[in-house]
Design a protein around this ligand. Structure first.
Ligand SMILES: Nc1nc2c(ncn2[C@@H]2O[C@H](COP(=O)(O)OP(=O)(O)OP(=O)(O)O)[C@@H](O)[C@H]2O)c(=O)[nH]1
Ligand SMILES: [Mg+2]
Length: 377
């Protein structure tokens, strides 16, 4: 495709705007950058053909008005810039340009996404949600929302939140069933908070719900690990057993006596340590827990989360616990693993305090947290 010299347009001020065209926003912006440099000021953008609901028809183009940066304009926040005679039909698309260019996200946009959802899309990208996920959510929201929903930013954001909520799965909290012993194991990478979460859950189950809880550690070859759990067992006043191979772990279960719920603490494994994870899988296969919760720290990169979810597959986790939500800068990376792991989230851990900083997961809360619409504490 050849590069056409852009037409010059008067802006009604001392600035000169040029108009750049492309089949997509990305293409038009690439031309702006090539001609005016990376600091060019985007003044407006429009779709040239009438826009259909889900994107542009064939041959439709995007026009971007841009000018060279001047100190005066660069300093001013985009919303304070007047349209400066660039035509009256800025409206919706102008707002989209504002929402995205303010956040340096203009490049990501393409005209097949509805402009009304630009700010919700920008919010997802700012939360470090994977771009493909953000795009899919926005598309889905556009398909399910009414025109009225999309008329102003708040309902448009709510439409995206609803779609995100629907995409999330949560599991019900651990329930004691009288007459049966429910065995619940926590597995996961080193240092994510398995032992701390077990202490929180044990205290909550016993003190708030009157459930008879026992603890079993299969991390017995690490003295410090046993001592850490023993300290909690003493404070909460629940029995503790230990075992480091399938036979001693099974014996440990029996030593706990009549309890309703056994929480099983396992040794943290590096996601790189495939052999140890397989051993853990074998031990759990013999122990036959009713639930296996994979504990992941929200303060891990998307890549680290994905690797952990894949590598702990031999332990057959059927639920996810997300810890350190308080430490994570953004929660968007979780979306990659929530999709990939395909397991419902059972609990959210939001700090170091035992037992306060744990809560049963809820879809609404998780969606609002991921979108940055609600504080952790
Ligand atoms: N900020 C924050 N810290 C947490 C949270 N959960 C646990 N921690 C801290 O993380 C550190 C490690 O916690 P542990 O419970 O020992 O982690 P673990 O997964 O049992 O570690 P290993 O047994 O060594 O694999 C401790 O300092 C905890 O206080 C949380 O939700 N938020
Ligand atoms: Mg531990």
């Amino acid at each position: 495709m050849t590069f056409e010299r852009p037409a010059r347009r008067a802006t009604g001020s001392d600035l000169e705007a040029r108009t750049y065209r492309g089949r997509t926003m990305r293409e038009a912006l690439a031309r702006v950058r090539r001609d005016l440099g990376g600091d060019a000021v985007i003044l407006a953008a429009r779709e040239v053909r009438r826009r259909r609901l889900f994107g542009l028809g064939p041959g439709a183009t995007v026009e971007v008005d841009a000018s060279s940066p001047t100190a005066d304009w660069v300093a001013a926040p985009p919303e304070s810039r007047p349209p400066r005679g660039l035509g009256t039909d800025l409206g919706r698309v102008h707002a989209m340009v504002g929402a995205l260019s303010r956040r340096g996200l203009m490049e990501q946009w393409s005209p097949d996404l509805p402009a009304e959802l630009a700010s919700a899309y920008a919010r997802l990208l700012e939360a470090d949600a994977p771009e493909a996920f953000a795009r899919a959510l926005v598309r889905e929201a556009a398909a399910s929302a009414t025109a009225e929903d999309l008329s102003t930013p708040a309902p448009a954001r709510a439409a995206v939140r609803r779609v995100l909520e629907d995409a999330l799965a949560v599991a019900s909290p651990i329930r004691a069933v009288s007459g049966t012993r429910r065995v619940v194991a926590l597995v996961g990478p080193t240092g994510v908070g398995k032992t701390t979460t077990i202490a929180k859950l044990a205290a909550t189950l016993k003190l708030q719900q009157g459930v008879r809880v026992g603890l079993l550690t299969v991390d017995a070859y690490r003295i410090a690990a046993v001592e850490q759990l023993k300290t909690y067992a003493d404070i909460i006043d629940v029995p503790l057993a230990a075992g480091d191979d399938p036979d001693s772990a099974r014996r440990g279960l029996d030593e706990l006596g009549p309890v309703d719920v056994v929480l099983v603490d396992t040794a943290g494994r590096s996601p790189r340590d495939g052999e140890k994870i397989r051993e853990l899988g074998e031990l759990l296969a013999r122990l036959r827990p009713d639930e296996v919760h994979l504990v992941l720290s929200a303060a891990t990169s998307a890549r680290g989360l994905g690797a952990a979810a894949d590598l702990f597959a031999p332990a057959r986790p059927d639920r996810l616990i997300l810890t350190k939500l308080d430490e994570a800068e953004t929660l968007g990376p979780l979306l990659a693993v929530l999709g990939r792991a395909d397991r419902p989230v059972s609990y959210l851990a939001t700090g170091q305090a035992v037992p306060d900083d744990v809560e049963a997961a809820s879809r609404g809360r998780l969606a609002r947290l991921i979108l940055g619409e609600e504080p952790i504490a």
